[in-house]
Every structure is written in C-alpha cells, then in structure tokens.
Design a protein around this ligand. Structure first.
Ligand SMILES: CC(C)(COP(=O)(O)OP(=O)(O)OC[C@H]1O[C@@H](n2cnc3c(N)ncnc32)[C@H](O)[C@@H]1OP(=O)(O)O)[C@@H](O)C(=O)NCCC(=O)NCCS
Length: 166
C-alpha cells in the first residue's frame, strides 16, 4: 500500500466497516516500520487490502477488507496468505487478530488458516458495543502449518485456473 492508493482504500473501508479508519490513520500506518500493508488489484483498480504489525515474534493483523462488489472470489484469502507469508519472512511465530463476534464470514476465513478463538474482549467495539473474539494461530513455523499454507495456496491456484477456463 502506497500513499497514492489511500483514496481507493478509504472508499472500500467506508463500504466495509461501520467505523472506518481515516485517511491519516492509513498514512500513519504505512509509514510505521513495524507494519506492512498490501493492496489487491484487478488491473488498475484496488479491490481489497490488508495489514499487520509485526512485533518481536508476533504478527497482529489489523485490517483485512475486500470491496463488497468483489467479495467471494478468494481475494480476501489471497491477501491473508500474503500477510502470513510476510510474517514468516519476518520471523514471526504467532499470528493474532480481533474480529467482531457477529462476523462469521471473517471467522470462517481465519479458521481456514488455523486461527482459533482464544478469548473474548467484552464490548470492545465502541460503535455498537459488540464484543471481539481474539483469535490466534500459534507456532506457524512448524512444518504442519507450512503444509497447510501450501495446500491452501494450491487450492487458490486451482480455483483461478477453473475460473479462467469458464
Ligand atoms: C472477510 C473478507 C475479507 C473475506 O474476503 P473474501 O474475498 O470475500 O473471501 P474469500 O472469497 O477469500 O473466501 C475465503 C473464505 O472466507 C469464508 N467465506 C467467504 N465468504 C463467505 C460467506 N459468504 N459465508 C461463509 N464464509 C465465507 C470461507 O471460509 C471462504 O473459504 P471457502 O471459499 O473455501 O469456503 C470480506 O468478506 C470482507 O471484506 N468483509 C468486510 C470486512 C471485514 O469484515 N473484514 C474482517 C475484519 S476482522
């Protein structure tokens, strides 16, 4: 994610979140050396983004969103995979995130990548008072987890090959 991407990112943010981040919040994030933020593009158009902070051996996924018009096409999954791969490159050993209790779609995606609900933060979101589920994927450097990533990566490739065929 670059500064020139932020207009498009904030448009998607407003479509996806009840309390979107401001332009300046993203500007701060992308200049934070402990953070990495990615955008997903279709041609020139930004259709999604995701970010994380990596501190010591822990990556904290801060946001992940896909334009509602482009959801359900594995873009969110590819972004998550890119974040996890970057976390591995930067020697992280654990992944962590918070997700709204009602957000079953995101929780399904995270579970697919080995995240488990470890705790609840009651009334965490100030806009609605909803609780957050804290999810962790631990010991991501172990061979079994890397095998899971490889399996998921291949499944995504097969999905796109089939889409191209039809
Ligand atoms: C969560 C989000 C990023 C998923 O991105 P996406 O591109 O639509 O999802 P994908 O096509 O990559 O789907 C990957 C997995 O997510 C889950 N998923 C996606 N859509 C789903 C749906 N309608 N119902 C149930 N699970 C769903 C599934 O586990 C799916 O894997 P599968 O296809 O093998 O079943 C997207 O829905 C989004 O932007 N939501 C709004 C913002 C948000 O809630 N972000 C998460 C904050 S913690």
């Amino acid at each position: 994610m670059r500064e020139r991407d932020l207009d498009a990112v904030t448009v998607i943010d407003k479509r996806c979140y009840t309390t979107p981040w401001r332009y300046n919040a993203y500007l701060t994030e992308i200049s934070n050396r402990s953070a990495n933020y990615y955008v997903a593009r279709e041609g020139d158009k930004i259709v999604g983004y995701g970010g994380q902070w990596i501190v010591m051996d822990e990556a904290h996924i801060t946001t992940l969103a896909v334009d509602p018009a482009r959801q359900g096409r594995k873009i969110g999954e590819r972004l998550l995979l890119a974040l996890i791969e970057e976390a591995l490159c930067q020697r992280a050993n654990h992944l962590k995130l918070e997700v709204r209790e009602s957000n079953r779609i995101a929780q399904n995606l995270y579970r697919k990548y080995g995240f488990e609900a470890m705790a609840m933060r009651k009334h965490y979101y100030i806009d609605t008072g909803e609780s957050a589920v804290v999810m962790w994927a631990n010991d991501i450097r172990r061979p079994e987890y890397r095998a899971l990533l490889e399996e998921r990566r291949q499944a995504i490739e097969r999905h796109y090959q089939q889409e191209e065929r039809y």
